[in-house]
Every structure is written in C-alpha cells, then in structure tokens.
Design a binder for this molecule. Structure first.
Ligand SMILES: Nc1ncnc2c1ncn2[C@@H]1O[C@H](COP(=O)(O)OP(=O)(O)OP(=O)(O)O)[C@@H](O)[C@H]1O
Length: 293
C-alpha cells in the first residue's frame, strides 16, 4: 500500500471513530457508555432467571403492583398480557431498577438481589430492556449501531477507538443475519422501516449478550410479515436467553407460545391467571377483564 493510501485509510478510520464517539457520549441509547464493571455474576443453576415475590408499588396510595409474584425460568420465553393499567410497565420498571417497590423481593438468578442495584448496574449484569419506541442512532449506519453496542460492552474491553477484531466483525455479521438486516448493513438507521429499527435495537441489546431480555410491545406498529419474522427471531433466542414479552397482539402471542408455552395475565397489579394461552383464553375472569373487551 502506498503512503498516500495509508494516510487516506487512517483518515477514514479516524473520521469513523470520531463519528461513533460523537454519538457514543450521548444518552440516546440507554445501554450506552459510562457503565461500571459488572457487580456480580448471576447463578442460574436452580433454573430460575428471574424471581419476583410479593412486590408492591404504590403511587400516592394507589397500588400499581399489588403483591405481585412470578418466576421466569432460565431460557424461558414468557408472554405477559393484561389490560391497560394492569401494571406491566411498572413491573419492568421494578426489575430494571427504575422504580423502587414498597415491599417484596426481586432476584436475578438465585443470588443477585436486584433491589440493591442501580439501573445501570442491572443492565451491566445481563438484563436488557427494549422499550416500545425504537431507539437507535439514526445518523449512524446499521453496522455502526451494532459496532457501538459491542464496544459499549465493558466485558469485551474494546475502546471506541480500537479497530474491530476479526472475531468482533464475525459477531456483527452474524447479528446482521439474525436480525434480517444484512442487506441494509450500510444504510443509515434513520432510513429503516419501523420494524427494521426495532430489530436493530434488539440486535444492539443482543450484542451485549443479556441473560434476560424484557420487551415491551415489540411488534406494535409492525406489518404482519415483520411481526412473523419477529416471532421467528424471538423463538430462535429462547433457550439461549430468557425473554419476557409484554404484548397485546394475541396472534403474536400465539405464534410465540406455540401451544405449549405459559402466558401470565396481569390485572390490577397482580397475577390474575397463568397457563397455556388456550387455558387463559377460556378463563372467565380473563375474558371479563381483558380478552372479552
Ligand atoms: N408514576 C406514576 N404515578 C402515578 N401512577 C402511576 C405511575 N406509573 C403508573 N401509574 C399507574 O399505575 C397503573 C399501572 O400502570 P402501568 O403503566 O404499569 O400499566 P400497564 O399494564 O403497563 O398499562 P399499558 O398496557 O397501558 O402500558 C396505572 O393505573 C397507571 O396510571
């Protein structure tokens, strides 16, 4: 390579890194930089990924969560359904450290008390959260978004300014395939469809290899085809990760549960029913407060 070409390459690399650094310092993506090192490693030997017991959250005397208890197994894909105001978002806020409960226990694995950790520490130990609205860096390419997410993971000890290793390039390549965005790798994220932005953000979360993923209405606003591909993606993640999916779209819930996975119905801050979709759909109490509406 001639010195000119080497200079050009170095300039392009520096410009690329500055571009990532410019957005990396911001707060557009909650899994971003400035997180502390891991606080601990969860023990999943008992087969439990998340343990919520008797959790109550009050807002000015109103109980958004009322003695809520539920357990998510390691590798389980659990759909949570329930009417507006049932407490689904508040439950995710408690798990991710955004809201402190008045009482109760929330454990990650058998050993980590999540109520003692801050929001950023909870993200660091392997709990990823996807909000309903997609949050990606619109001014960066799809590839750069995944690169940023990878480098934000302190465990890989990559600085924003280090070149990607072959292994990291392979990981990004595999993720692009997994989230159906390989042909769009160099497109600006801002130009993607709503569904593609959702997949990209899920891919960004996955770059940090979370053990538990909380997903809030992930297919709201997606086309039927995008919804179906999202179901395939989540099914491919189950086993490897534990997933909690809050969703109102019953067709999607049916695609995810495949006739054999449990769903949990929340109502007025506690579990109204739990079982196969076909069972809860025939539960008079569930029909009355939710499905029959
Ligand atoms: N910060 C708050 N202050 C006061 N009340 C709140 C607050 N956050 C939630 N609530 C109330 O708590 C209840 C549960 O709300 P939450 O958002 O958790 O329900 P949800 O099941 O996620 O509903 P949706 O399906 O509409 O998203 C609602 O009645 C809501 O108005």
């Amino acid at each position: 390579m001639t010195p000119d070409l080497m200079d050009e390459g170095a300039r392009a690399l520096a410009a690329h890194q500055q571009k990532l650094a410019a957005v990396g310092g911001g707060s557009a993506w909650e899994g971003g930089f400035g997180r502390p090192m891991a606080q601990g490693v969860a023990d999943f030997a008992q087969g439990v990924a998340l343990y919520v017991e008797d959790v109550t959250v009050s807002f000015d005397g109103f109980k958004a969560l009322n003695a809520l208890s539920l357990t998510i197994g390691v590798g389980e894909l659990r759909c949570i359904i329930g009417p507006n105001g049932a407490g689904k978002t508040t439950m995710m806020d408690v798990i991710t450290g955004k809201t402190a409960p008045d009482q109760g226990k929330v454990h990650f694995g058998s050993n980590i008390d999540l109520l003692r950790l801050r929001e950023n520490e909870i993200a660091q130990i392997g709990i990823g959260r996807k909000f309903q609205k997609p949050t990606v860096y619109e001014e960066l390419s799809v590839f750069e978004n995944l690169e940023l997410a990878l480098k934000a993971d302190r465990r890989v000890r990559a600085s924003l300014f280090s070149r990607l290793t072959g292994e990291q390039l392979d990981r990004i390549g595999a993720m692009l395939e997994r989230i159906h965005l390989k042909p769009s790798a160099q497109r600006l994220a801002g130009l993607l469809s709503h569904g593609q932005k959702q997949w990209l953000e899920i891919g960004m979360l996955l770059m940090q290899d979370p053990k538990l993923l909380l997903l809030d209405e992930p297919v709201a606003g997606m086309t039927d085809e995008e919804t179906e591909r999202t179901a395939e993606l989540f099914l491919s993640l189950a086993g490897e990760h534990s997933l909690m999916v809050v969703e109102h779209d019953m067709k999607f819930v049916d695609q995810l549960t495949q006739g054999h996975r449990k769903v949990t119905v929340l109502h007025e801050g506690h579990v109204l029913a739990e079982g196969l979709l076909s069972q809860v759909q025939n539960d008079d109490r569930v029909v009355e407060v939710y499905l029959g509406r």
